[in-house]
Design a protein around this ligand. Structure first.
Ligand code: ATP
Ligand code: MG
Length: 242
């Protein structure tokens, strides 16, 4: 499925305008969120449990639609795209990593990573070859034939990261990627995210860990479905250009 070019020639990677998400029963998970993420950023999303962080990440990643407001990914207004175009946009631009890895049990690391290319229309042989390359990037070339139950938590998360990056997405969305890991494995995963960012991938990481949040160039703080602060360790221009 091909996409027509976006209206804006160098758009932000993601743009949320007045994005709100409500559920029946008066739950307001997001209350009018405005956020622009530029190419090359590495940002932390922090805030109390239930404050809307995962909801926002899912909306940014087009896994979920806002009740009102606009979401643009790579310049495309998500609400204007058909389901097949949305799948094409997601396959080409976005990778996801979750706290609980979400690997397929009984499938080895190579096949789990190769699945990251299922919707990109790549033939099986090439999917597997590219999966091996992605596993090498996360330092797991020697674990390709291992199934998830034969891997440590940190290794599982590195396989999940390889699956997210095998399609070379511009944007990686990670929902508490270190939440289920010990400190040492978490540090390896964060190091990997820094390397990916240095090579050009834009990354949003939800974290409960203040140490991790403080180590990232930008921090977006949530409370009750709203952004209450947005701070940079370096200027936005420098941060965006990394
Ligand atoms: N499908 C749903 N139906 C109804 N309410 C929902 C649904 N999904 C999320 N919520 C509510 O929306 C609010 C925000 O949830 P969200 O998962 O975004 O929080 P979070 O900041 O990621 O929390 P945590 O740190 O615990 O993961 C919560 O009050 C939650 O109960
Ligand atoms: Mg969450």
């Amino acid at each position: 499925m091909t996409l027509p070019p976006p209206a804006d020639s160098s758009p932000p990677v993601v743009e949320l305008r007045d994005a709100a998400k409500s559920y029946p029963g008066g739950v307001h998970a997001l209350r009018g969120v405005n956020l622009t993420v530029a190419e090359g950023e590495l940002l932390a999303v922090v805030g109390p449990s239930g404050s809307g962080k995962s909801t926002m990440l899912n909306v940014m990643g087009t896994l979920d639609k806002p009740t009102t407001g606009t979401v643009k990914v790579a310049g495309y207004d998500v609400s204007a795209l058909s389901d097949s175009r949305l799948s094409a946009l997601r396959a080409r631009h976005i990778g996801f990593v979750f706290q609980q890895f979400h690997l397929a049990a009984g499938r080895d690391a190579v096949d789990n990573v190769a699945d990251g290319l299922l919707y990109a229309g790549v033939p099986l042989r090439e999917r597997r070859a590219r999966a091996r390359e992605a596993l090498a990037k996360v330092g797991l070339d020697h674990r390709g034939s291992h199934t998830p139950n034969e891997l440590s938590g940190g290794e599982k998360q590195r396989v999940a990261i390889a699956r997210a990056l095998v399609g070379e997405p511009r944007l990686l969305l990670a929902d508490e990627p270190t939440g289920a890991l010990d400190t040492a494995s978490g540090a390896i995963v964060m190091e990997l995210l820094h390397e990916l960012n240095a090579s050009g991938t834009t990354i949003c990481v939800i974290t409960h860990d203040n140490g991790i949040a403080d180590s990232l160039p930008r921090r977006v703080r949530f409370k009750d479905g709203e952004i209450v602060s947005d701070s940079y360790s370096v200027s936005p221009v420098e941060g965006a250009g990394r």
